[in-house]
Design a protein around this ligand. Structure first.
Ligand code: NAD
Ligand code: KPL
Length: 305
């Protein structure tokens, strides 16, 4: 009998994973915030995934955090700023040796969860898949990509990667997941804040090449100082490639700000500035972009963290 996949967070990525696992016949349970959300979910037929314009609904079971069943495998699919408190609501249900798969972007939230549950095996993930909600309990699969998974303290791959294979979730076990997360953080720090400050698509940054290059130089210095030389390699070239390849897209931070949603700044640019301060590194441009971004968030009535 397969271990149940408990999915915490019925948003874009949580639904993308839950529906594909359920479609493969694997046991999946969705943990909703409270009884009101569960009632709303139960009034729908299930979770709907829209792929290539075609919608399919999957009757995934829902439950609240206080359901009694122990949790052996938990996919944490909340935003970085919600991850720690969302897992805390499940504390009494986490079985010894529970596996926590942390899908959050940026850095900081994974360590915060891991520090709270030393008895858990924490697996960090970095994903280039893209999805967005176009209704309650309904998600559009927008960008096919890859998910890298890894455990910085335990190199052995878990057996449940077979479940991901069966579910058609493109993935790879990574022996250098921290390098991947740092590299993604650096890319996001070089691109996302500037798209908010200049109110442009990613391609609009081609008009700000000098600023991008200066940020890349500072981020490269930071990565090297933080013991991440592999993540620093040819950063500017890759940033320029991503800007070109995603020229027509709005960055995730731009989209959050445009929709008046809280951003993940604390786990991206703020994390980078704090890491620089810990290493007594002066990175004036990165710090200036951070300050300008915070001013912009505050001016729009959004949280500064
Ligand atoms: P989302 O906002 O769509 O979904 C998060 C869900 O978690 C929401 O439904 C929210 O209600 C729920 N949640 C929060 N606190 C909860 C709690 N205490 N109990 C139960 N549910 C709770 O977010 P998302 O877009 O799926 O992003 C999740 C993470 O994945 C983020 O860190 C994001 O940066 C990263 N990511 C997203 C994408 C994407 O395309 N959406 C791609 C790559 C990485
Ligand atoms: O990951 C991204 C995002 O928008 O969050 C890209 C496309 C790489 C831009 O930083």
């Amino acid at each position: 009998m397969s271990t149940t996949w408990h999915i915490l967070g019925a948003g874009s990525l949580g639904t993308l994973w839950a529906t594909r696992l359920a479609r493969a016949g694997l046991p999946v349970k969705l943990i909703l915030r409270d009884a009101a959300r569960l009632a709303s979910y139960q009034a729908a037929d299930g979770l709907t995934l829209v792929e290539h314009g075609v919608a399919h609904t999957y009757p995934v079971l829902g439950e609240t955090p206080d359901s009694p069943e122990p949790i052996h495998r938990l996919l944490v699919a909340c935003k970085a700023y919600d991850a720690q408190s969302a897992v805390a609501h499940l504390q009494s249900r986490l079985a010894p040796g529970v596996e926590l798969i942390l899908l959050q972007n940026g850095l900081g939230s994974q360590d915060a969860v891991a520090a709270q549950y030393p008895q858990a095996r924490c697996i960090f993930a970095s994903s280039t898949e893209g999805a967005f909600r176009d209704g309650d309990w309904r998600v559009v699969f927008a960008g096919h990509g890859y998910t890298w998974l890894g455990d910085a303290s335990h190199p052995t791959a878990p057996v449940w990667l077979d479940d991901l294979r069966a579910a058609g979730i493109p993935h790879e076990w990574s022996s250098d997941i921290l390098t991947r997360l740092w590299r993604k953080l650096a890319l996001n720090c070089a691109i996302n804040p500037l798209t908010v400050l200049y109110q442009c698509r990613n391609g609009g940054l081609q008009a700000h090449q000098c600023e991008v290059a200066t940020l890349c130089a500072e981020l490269t210095e930071l990565l090297q100082c933080c013991g991440q030389p592999a993540a620093a390699q040819d950063l500017q070239t890759e940033v320029e490639r991503v800007i070109q390849a995603t020229a027509a897209n709005y960055s995730s931070m731009y989209q959050d700000v445009a929709s008046a949603r809280r951003t993940e700044i604390s786990y991206l640019l703020s994390y980078a500035c704090q890491a620089a301060a810990r290493h007594r590194l002066t990175l004036p441009h990165l710090q200036q972009v951070y300050t300008r971004l915070v001013d912009q968030l505050v001016a729009r009535g959004l949280p500064r963290d």
